[in-house]
Design a protein around this ligand. Structure first.
Ligand SMILES: [Zn+2]
Ligand SMILES: [Zn+2]
Length: 152
């Protein structure tokens, strides 16, 4: 599963990526990276932008642009799960978890399950070494289920 990796190593990956692709190493980009890595769970660009206002003011354009870069160097994972906004989470430092996705509003909830973990870890695949995995379960959240029921 995902190995422990220090924040210094995370920063190093980002620096290497920026250098290689001739992007500027701005303090804003590092401030966003740091904020993401101290955040637990999923977020979207708006949530991140609002959080940033309290410690390091950046523009929404910088947030979007940095999310793009971080996704390209695989430091964050983008979940495109329907719903209006893409959701993100850090790629390292998360424990294995799965996602319950509301097909109506796009809300994501996380869960862990020991039996699933044991079942998947005991599987051997020929010519394939698994690094990590995640399951996506689709359905309706309780709020949408209620709303849809009352809309009838
Ligand atoms: Zn919903
Ligand atoms: Zn997640």
């Amino acid at each position: 599963m995902k190995e422990e990796i220090s924040y210094e190593e995370i920063k190093e990956i980002f620096t290497e990526y920026l250098k290689k692709h001739h992007h500027r190493k701005t303090p804003e980009r590092y401030a966003i990276l740091q904020r993401i890595y101290s955040y637990e769970g999923h977020f979207n660009a708006d949530i991140l932008y609002n959080i940033m206002q309290s410690d390091y003011r950046v523009s929404l354009a910088t947030v979007y642009n940095t999310l793009e870069l971080l996704q390209e160097c695989r430091l964050i994972i983008k979940h495109q799960l329907g719903g209006q906004f893409a959701q993100y989470e850090k790629a390292f430092g998360n424990t294995t978890h799965h996602h319950l996705i509301c097909s109506h509003c796009g809300k994501v909830k996380e869960f862990s399950d020991k039996q699933i973990r044991v079942a998947i870890q005991s599987r051997q695949f020929a010519h394939f070494q698994m690094s990590h995995y995640s399951l996506y379960l689709f359905g309706l959240c309780s709020k949408c289920k209620d709303e849809l029921k009352h809309a009838k």
